[in-house]
Design a protein. Structure first.
Lengths: 402, 289
């Protein structure tokens, strides 16, 4: 790889930026020229999407968007109105994300809003859409309060922190695991997840024998691994995501802890975005999530096939969240015959949507958070690839709502 | 495991982490000593080596991939030196710094474009997987290897710079480039050689740390900041300084995490501020200036 290739990469990069700027410009012209109400039958339905397309969460944003596209590829028009996705970059900054939502509502005149990978972004957008009375489908952020606030405009197609932690805590204690060391990245989500896990585990009789909260972006986890070794627990439960998860799981395996202390965690610990990098180190880790790529249902097989065909890569849990968000929006609009003006009717229609999710049975509770199965998955080598295999299912888990 | 063993384990882990930083900082320090310019693309070559290493390791195996990676990155470094940096030697330092910064931005975008935005990682070679036990203290075998390699490399660098003819020429070039030039040495070639050698060290560190830190777009600036801290604490351009400062940072970071967990993210900055208050020029003043 020499400078020539580098230069051509640069040219292509500049070319791509140019095209992006040009399309942004045309979009601006169109939206300025269009204006007005959306009464006419052929007016497009504009769905505002706030997701990270740059920065550390860019891959999540791409996955969710492509998941949505699987649905909209088959539903290009709803009730005679073409569907248009208007994307804005959430980046990795709540301020940027909330500003993006404001732009979509005020300047782009979108009819409905979806997205939010980060919980702080979701909380900010909820304040905004509550004032604007605009339906908002959260397609990732797991923060408990997003739906527990009970704002009628807010829907969610991922799940809550509680759902991926508390039931697993109970489950492990009931399975006979007596002592656990808890570690989580030191920020709001890490605190919320670990608190809910500990509540679940101790309520069922387990004992937490040690805790550690490394800062986000920690390079070297050796100190915490030494602490785990000192505490000598039966299991180690963790909440880490992205680069943190890769580093923690790699170093956990390298330290030799894996042989005596099973690694437990939320789905993030060994997920589609990290498994390839973690490789062998991930094997044996048991995690809780509302999805597993290995689920053997017709809906899941069909979805994964379509996604693979359309985007030439395997679907992740984020793609499923995006697909279900698009499904929720699309099926509700079908029920209202494409009417986006009557918000109350649209919300009622959304509440009554029947899902056919790749994740299995799914319906919305009174706070619009999914009631869904939580799968206990174990990372295993299967056909040359490392996959999360479902070893147990906790059925119809509903967020307690407070 | 008792408290003493835990402390010893922390110290060994800190040593491994510090020595990785040292290999990286040594390259940065050498280049700075030579050109009086901080190479802001140093972290980018570190990251690039990680990406290249991960793509090669599957086919070549760990050790061969290590050699190939260092070779490829050095070749890229040479091309950069010949085409971009060399024409700027007679220009202002600011121009050279701007160039290295621009290079860093280009490498970051290019690697995200070529290698993708998800984190990648490298498995440790089979011989070094698992846990080693040293005097009853357990430490991952791979880290023990990093410690050994880091110490060897440090010794080799010291001998190279202080005890060999090449080292003497480099040291002379740093303190008075016109004089060395007048004595008949091709100073431009020496500069180029040091630049490429510095980048090769960065590549070596990048590859060795891939199993521990992983590789992803964004690692470049994260690691650059750490390296700058090491070099500033050690004293700009001083290899000895870089060595001790790396160990100081590596070990305080680990001990900070262990005994002052609430300050874990801050501890190295506190150390840097403290050192700079007492010795603004860094721990070791630059020897040849």
């Amino acid at each position: 790889m020499g400078t020539a290739e580098g230069a051509s990469a640069l040219r292509k990069f500049l070319g791509a930026t140019g095209i992006a700027m040009f399309s942004a410009f045309t979009l601006l012209l169109v939206s300025c020229g269009g204006g007005g109400g959306s009464e006419g039958g052929d007016e497009p339905i504009r769905v505002g999407v706030v997701l990270p397309y740059s920065g550390v969460y860019a891959q999540l944003g791409e996955d969710i968007t492509d998941g949505m596209n699987v649905y909209f590829e088959e539903n290009k028009e709803i009730a005679g109105r073409p569907v248009e996705l208007v994307r804005e970059d959430e980046e990795a900054d709540p301020q940027v994300g909330v500003q993006a939502a404001r732009t979509l509502i005020e300047r782009e005149g979108v009819d409905i809003l979806t997205g939010a990978v980060a919980t702080p972004t979701a909380y900010g957008i909820i304040d905004l859409i509550e004032r604007e009375q605009m339906p908002f489908v959260i397609s990732n952020a797991l923060g408990n309060d997003a739906t527990r606030r009970g704002v009628e405009y807010v829907f969610r197609t991922s799940g809550s922190s509680w759902q991926v932690t508390y039931p697993m805590g109970e489950y492990l204690a009931e399975e006979g695991v007596e002592t656990i060391f808890v570690s989580a990245a030191d920020y709001a989500a890490g605190q919320e997840m670990s608190t809910d896990f500990k509540d679940g585990f101790t309520s069922a009789g387990g004992e937490v024998v040690g805790e550690a909260y490394p800062p986000l972006g920690t390079n070297d986890y050796s100190t915490y691994l030494t602490e785990i070794r000192q505490a000598d627990p039966e299991g180690s439960w963790s909440f880490f995501a992205g680069t943190d998860a890769v580093r923690f799981v790699q170093q956990y395996a390298q330290s030799g802890l894996k042989e005596n202390t099973t690694l437990y965690g939320t789905g993030n610990l060994v997920d589609s975005d990290t498994l390839e990098a973690q490789g062998e180190a991930a094997i044996g880790a048991q995690t809780a999530l509302f999805y597993a790529s290995t689920l053997d249902t017709p809906e899941n097989r069909e979805f994964r096939e379509k996604f693979q065909q359309q985007f030439d890569r395997p679907a992740s849990v984020y793609a499923v969240q995006g697909y279900d968000a698009a499904w929720l929006i699309g099926e509700a609009l079908k029920a209202t015959d494409g009417n986006t003006e009557d918000t109350d009717a649209l919300i009622e229609a959304m509440e009554n949507v029947e899902f056919q999710s790749p994740r299995g049975p799914m319906r919305l509770d009174e706070n619009h958070n999914p009631v869904q199965n939580i799968y206990i998955r174990e990372a295993r080598r299967q056909g040359g690839e490392i996959r999360n295999v479902v070893i147990d299912t906790i059925e119809e888990v509903q967020d307690p709502g407070q | 495991m008792g408290e003493i063993q835990a402390l010893a384990s922390h110290l060994l882990n800190g040593l491994a982490y510090g020595l990785l930083l040292f290999i990286l900082a040594a390259g940065l320090s050498l280049i700075f000593g030579m050109m009086d310019v901080i190479n802001l693309s140093h972290g980018s070559f570190f990251m690039l080596a990680g990406f290249i290493g991960v793509s090669l390791a599957d086919d070549l195996g760990f050790w061969l991939a290590l050699l190939a990676t260092v070779g490829i990155v050095a070749a890229i470094g040479l091309a950069v030196e010949l085409t971009l940096l060399r024409p700027l030697y007679n220009r202002d330092h600011l121009d050279q710094i701007l160039l290295t910064f621009g290079l860093a931005l280009v490498i970051e975008d290019a690697s995200e474009w070529i290698f993708g935005s998800t984190i990648q990682s490298l498995g440790v070679p089979a011989a070094l997987s698992g846990n080693a036990s040293l005097l009853g203290v357990s430490i991952p075998a791979y880290r023990l290897a990093v410690i050994a390699v880091g110490l060897l490399l440090g010794a080799a660098l010291y001998v190279l710079l202080e005890k060999t003819r090449v080292g003497a020429i480099i040291r002379a070039g740093v303190s008075n480039r016109e004089m060395v030039s007048a004595l008949g040495f091709n100073i431009t070639a020496i500069f180029g050689g040091v630049f490429v050698f510095g980048l090769a060290l960065a590549a070596f560190a990048g590859f060795m740390s891939a199993p521990i830190l992983g590789v992803y777009a964004g690692l470049d600036f994260e690691i650059l900041i750490l390296t700058l801290i090491v070099v500033v604490i050690g004293g700009l351009g001083s290899l000895t300084g870089a060595f001790w400062a790396s160990l100081l940072i590596g070990i305080t970071q680990i001990l900070g995490q262990a005994y002052f967990p609430d300050l874990a993210a801050l501890v190295i900055y506190i150390v840097m501020a403290a050192v700079l208050l007492v010795r603004p020029q860094g721990l070791f003043q630059r020897k040849y200036a």
